[in-house]
Ligand binder design. Structure first.
Ligand code: SIN
Ligand code: MN
Length: 208
């Protein structure tokens, strides 16, 4: 099926309405199942130990975690000690369709933004395989997503990411600074609760 795509910067491609409502509901059910096995928790900032406002969990052989020791990928949930659940098939299909990368993702970071939470500008740079893009899917309330260049002081612009939207950043934008300024309450009826899930798929280790 032809999909609408908008390249907002070299390597940063926005796919509005990538998932229809049925696709969003099916993916949300997968996310809820994953969270039963790997509960959302508040990661902590390196050094300060201050908790993030956003709650997180992961799917896949590896998951991104943050605590006083720093940022890293690991195979187990930091609070339960259990292996992360598998990446849902629908997300693997989205990766195959959108990433342009021949090897599968190894991590899916699941962020949950309750009302009033945000994610500061940062780079995704804990992955060894920077030839693979980051593929993001959003469910629930609309977010004001901000993306700039590869230097923190570069100009930024914002994109509204609504439920079902996909966003891919790779190539010259793979190390672009990005974050979420805020989530707009009551902009989606997908979740029974308010807030937003964002799922980011990443290839972590060097692909052979
Ligand atoms: C992230 O950078 O981990 C998530 C971005 C988003 O929530 O859209
Ligand atoms: Mn990120």
């Amino acid at each position: 099926m032809a999909r609408q795509s908008i390249e907002i910067a070299p390597g940063a491609v926005f796919y509005p309405g990538y998932l229809d409502r049925a696709g969003q509901e099916a993916l949300l059910a997968d996310v809820r199942t994953a969270i039963l096995a790997a509960p959302l928790y508040h990661p902590r900032m390196p050094r300060s130990g201050k908790p993030f406002s956003v709650r997180m969990t992961n799917c896949g052989p590896l998951g991104w975690v943050s605590d006083v020791e720093g940022y890293r990928y690991q195979g187990t949930h930091p609070e339960t000690g259990a292996a992360w659940p598998a990446i849902p098939q629908a997300l693997l299909a989205a990766w195959r369709e959108l990433s342009g990368f021949a090897f599968p993702p190894e991590a899916c970071l699941v962020n949950y933004y309750a009302d009033g939470t945000r994610l500061g500008l940062h780079q995704d740079r804990d992955e060894k395989e920077l030839a693979a893009p980051v593929v993001s899917l959003s469910l629930g309330d609309t977010a004001i997503f901000r993306i700039g260049g590869t230097k923190r002081q570069d100009a930024t612009f914002s994109v509204k990411l609504a439920s079902g939207d996909a966003f891919v950043f790779g190539g010259p934008s793979r190390l672009a600074y990005h974050g979420v300024d805020r989530v707009l309450p009551a902009t989606s009826t997908l979740l029974a609760e308010s807030g937003r899930f964002n799922l980011t798929l990443r290839r972590v280790t060097a692909a052979k």
